[in-house]
Design a protein around this ligand. Sequence first.
Ligand SMILES: Nc1ncnc2c1ncn2[C@@H]1O[C@H](COP(=O)(O)OP(=O)(O)OP(=O)(O)O)[C@@H](O)[C@H]1O
Ligand SMILES: [Mg+2]
Length: 255
Amino acid sequence: MTGAPVLSVRGLAKQFGATKVLNGVDLDVTPGEVTFLIGPSGGGKSTVLRCLNFLETPTAGEIAFDGQRLCHEDGGVFQAARESVLREARSHMPMVFQHFNLFTHRTALENVIEGPVIVQKRPRAEAIEEGRALLKRVGLAERADYYPGQLSGGQKQRVAIARALAMRPKLILFDEPTSALDPELVSEVLDLIRELAEEGRTMIVVSHEMMFAKRLAGRVHFIAGGRIEESGTPQAIFDDPKSDRLKAFIRSILH
Ligand SMILES: Nc1ncnc2c1ncn2[C@@H]1O[C@H](COP(=O)(O)OP(=O)(O)OP(=O)(O)O)[C@@H](O)[C@H]1O
Ligand SMILES: [Mg+2]
């Protein structure tokens, strides 16, 4: 649980044109830790995740991941690492999206092996073997040759999680992984994420499932207005919020 952070973020900022969306986010994630990001719509949660693995390029700040500096400031000038460094980092920091983002013309297994074979250049036979084992791990051994269109939302999300695991991730990013699911399918995905937490996987989870966050999180960050307004244990955040903004947010989700 302890040790050097696998991810360390300082002063992360992001601007789209003249609009400041992130205003200096600091974040440390240690190996084996499950971090939850909560907060109001438009507060910047997705943008934080997307900047961490450079799906979006930050405008300022420092990110260090797995001993590599992904970006920093040099004399006030923002500098990102080489594309090869960013690609490598992204491959070990996969993201699970709300809308699955599976390749629709590829089978479940083909989706899972794409990253290992194309990005990580691992032997195809090995990737297939590992991919089948991962599909079994997420309860989909029988669905390896199905296309996404032939799977339920919960099954698609479990394929997406198997695809993330296939990258041998150091950190998995989840952006509202159950928000697009029918209510009866939510628990199969939450159960799987809980199992991954129990295995000691390191994860950052954006979720509106507050009971789930309360049970699973090591640390919770409340993001609003592009900054972390308050951080703490789940007990501190949910049972003893300090800032008015967090108090109002907790009230609004409990209503
Ligand atoms: N590509 C973009 N161009 C311009 N503005 C953007 C872009 N992406 C996000 N934003 C803006 O950044 C702000 C933060 O958005 P973000 O999606 O990170 O919020 P969020 O906390 O994930 O919200 P939600 O809970 O609704 O998913 C919003 O005001 C949004 O409109
Ligand atoms: Mg979002």
